[in-house]
Design a protein around this ligand. Structure first.
Ligand SMILES: [Zn+2]
Length: 98
């Protein structure tokens, strides 16, 4: 999540810079970077695991988080069938520094 946000900030700065300097920016490079950021966000764990062993799964298409012992067959929101694990494995690692 942190890396995705950092890359998003960098991309926004580059776009602003391109506008201010009139240097321009290649749309395809922006698209590629956005695609990479999207993937990072889709994969990034964000949920502290629930007590009782329930896990959380994020729909790759729309981002809906479902909970249960295993990933649902279909996303309740969009019907998607691909899921990433959304559980944070070590919730207290980040200190916020950096
Ligand atoms: Zn979905």
């Amino acid at each position: 999540m942190k890396e995705a946000l950092a890359r998003l900030d960098a991309l926004m700065n580059r776009l602003v810079e391109a506008d201010q300097t009139g240097a321009g920016i290649e749309p395809l490079r922006v698209a590629n970077e956005l695609g990479a950021i999207r993937q990072l966000l889709a994969e990034s764990p964000t949920v502290i695991p629930a007590k009782g062993g329930q896990r959380h799964f994020r729909c790759e298409s729309c981002g809906t988080v479902s909970h249960g012992a295993a990933a649902p067959a279909r996303c309740p929101t969009c019907g998607g069938t691909k899921f990433f694990s959304a559980d944070i494995e070590q919730p207290f690692v980040e200190s916020g520094a950096g």
